[in-house]
Design a protein around this ligand. Structure first.
Ligand code: F6P
Length: 410
């Protein structure tokens, strides 16, 4: 039998990316585009997330175009535009979105995003019957992917989102670098890490030589703060070089002596169209309190957008291509309203289609760092977390100059 046409010849699939960028989005776009093209789809890119489906539409043709999947960020660009009414924007833009999907003759929509972008896609699927496939993305790693981590006879519900592995590697490397300046000055560096309300990314500096850490899942009350300072003092005194790098999540809730309340530190009073405020600055508060309380020099370093920047790392490249393989399966079955995910946490060689599954986009939501991964009494990440991270980053990376010069006695 000779096939005249490819299976989806004459159909159009469009891809958009919404929310905060990651180093793995271009890799996701390229992998989805390549596979959809093989099936016969014409592939469009919608610019700036949902925004590209408003007004006259802002859409480019990705079919047969060169594409650099290693380059970080997203060539389709991104926005936090919400098609549904929100506090910030009361009007529904759904009619505009539907109008453009029809005008550009888009048959299937693939939305690369976190809970917000994919949540909106899911609503369009449920309320308007738009064929959508969600594709996970976030450096925060807090999008519920229902990926199981098998550890020590236990099944822990973990998360594995494209973008997190590259961000994790960058945070590991950044921490390993910061250690040399911390060592030279016998200082504590309080390293602020993105992640919004989740502490998944904050654990990654432990592979760069950090020991303690603070995450948003466990608030730091007045009492906890005293214990934390004592733990910091001990860790510092026991450190070989009298220095520490302490990662803290940007969204931790920290007791404020002046107000007597536990709260997050906001970078701005503005909220986006999904109602999220912007956090930032808690590392400065903690560093100055450590200096004042313990008499140890402490400095703050906000890692911020660095975690989101740079090229797609190896694990992410393989993860995105594997999940794109699962997109092919969903397209062939015409199963929409689904999101491809990894079934279990595996090393890069096991990132293969047979280890994927798909979940109903209706059951996606946010997943905080599991209690199995953080020890609130020690303010540190557990061996289970180290095992989770070792699958993604393999070995910890930190060089140490183990000098021990003889002291000169005059
Ligand atoms: O959700 C991803 C993220 O990078 C968060 O970690 C961070 O709080 C937020 O986006 C920053 O958003 P923006 O790009 O709007 O400053």
């Amino acid at each position: 039998m000779r096939l005249e046409n490819k299976l989806f010849q004459g159909k159009t699939l469009a891809i958009l990316s919404g929310g905060g960028d990651t180093p793995a989005i271009n890799s996701s776009i390229e992998s989805i585009r390549n596979r959809a093209s093989l099936l016969g789809f014409r592939v469009y890119g919608i610019l700036q997330g949902w925004k590209g489906l408003l007004g006259d539409g802002d859409i480019v043709d990705l079919t047969n175009q060169p594409y650099d999947g290693y380059y970080g960020g997203t060539a389709l660009r991104s926005s936090r535009t919400n098609p549904f009414p929100s506090k910030k924007n009361r009007e529904s833009r759904v009619p505009q979105v539907l109008g453009n999907l029809e005008k550009y003759k888009i048959d299937v929509l693939v939305t690369i995003g976190g809970d917000d972008t994919n949540g909106a896609a899911k609503r369009l699927f449920e309320t308007e019957g738009i064929p959508v496939i969600g594709f996970p993305k976030t450096i925060d790693n807090d999008l519920r992917t229902r990926t199981i981590h098998y550890y020590d006879g236990k099944e822990i519900e973990a998360v594995l989102c494209p973008g997190f592995p590259s961000a994790a590697r960058s945070m590991m490397e950044m921490t390993a670098s910061l250690k040399s300046t911390a060592e030279s000055h016998s200082r504590i560096i309080v390293l602020e890490v993105m992640g919004r309300d989740a502490g998944w990314l904050t654990g990654t500096p432990t592979f760069g030589g950090a020991t303690l850490g603070l995450v948003p899942e466990f608030e730091i009350t007045k009492e906890r703060k005293e214990v934390f300072f004592e733990t910091v003092r001990e860790a510092y005194m026991h450190s070989r070089k009298k220095c520490l790098v302490i990662p803290v999540s940007e969204g931790i809730r920290w007791y404020d002596e002046k107000t007597g309340k536990v709260d997050v530190v906001y970078a701005s009073s503005e909220v986006d169209e999904y109602g999220h405020p912007r956090f930032g600055g808690v590392s400065g508060v903690i560093a100055s309190e450590i200096s004042a309380k313990l008499g140890i020099e402490a400095r703050a370093q906000i890692s911020g957008y660095y975690a989101r920047s740079g090229h797609c790392r190896h694990y992410d490249r393989k993860l995105t291509t594997t999940l794109a393989d699962k997109v092919v399966d969903l397209l062939l079955r015409e199963e929409y309203g689904q999101m491809p995910v990894m079934k279990k946490i595996v090393p890069h060689v096991e990132l293969e289609e047979f280890n994927t599954t798909s979940i109903d986009m209706g059951s996606v939501g946010n997943k905080p760092l599991s209690e199995d991964y953080y020890d609130i009494n020690r303010f540190s990440f557990t061996p289970a977390y180290a095992d989770f991270l070792s699958k993604i980053l393999e070995k910890p990376t930190f060089e140490e100059f183990r000098y021990d010069f003889p002291v000169v006695i005059p």
